[in-house]
Design a protein around this ligand. Structure first.
Ligand code: DQA
Length: 142
């Protein structure tokens, strides 16, 4: 069973992007740790990143077609704006876990609404790279 780990805009810049907020790990570092943990748990992870909303939509549809076990979704800035991502999450039966490095509720008011979170099975945020590891464990126990 494969678990998709989908990452949205600007997350390719992790490591150098506002490290005081997002930490110094790169997305490759996080992907490496997820792959190690997945191997221990005997599941596969498919880690992807795009700056384009449509790619994220296509990958959610693909996860459904592939009978993925779960999707971990850090939609980054699209979290707060994308009705299309909200609709895609609603449209598939694969459980989607919303993930954030930072805690958006403790930040600017424009981050307090999550259109992704309103459709997702649950949310893990605020633990930096550990948010992804916790979400992987959650996905496996669903
Ligand atoms: C983020 C939080 C979002 O508000 C922000 O737009 C991001 C990253 C996070 O992981 O903390 O790009 O999703």
């Amino acid at each position: 069973p494969v678990i998709y780990v989908l990452n949205g805009p600007n997350l390719n810049l992790l490591g150098s992007r506002e490290p005081e907020i997002y930490g110094s790990d790169t997305l490759d570092d996080i992907a490496g740790r997820l792959e190690d943990r997945a191997q221990e748990l005997r599941v596969d992870v498919e880690v992807r990143q795009s700056n384009h909303e449509g790619h994220l939509l296509d990958w959610i549809h693909e996860a459904e077609a592939e009978n993925a076990r779960a999707i971990l979704l850090n939609a980054a800035g699209f979290t707060h704006t994308s009705i299309a991502l909200h609709d895609a999450i609603k449209a598939v039966s694969v459980p989607v876990i919303e993930v954030h490095l930072s805690n958006p509720h403790a930040r600017e008011p424009f981050r307090h609404q999550s259109l992704v979170g309103e459709a997702a099975r649950g949310t893990i945020s605020g633990f930096g790279a550990l948010s992804y590891m916790l979400a992987l464990d959650a996905a496996i126990q669903l």
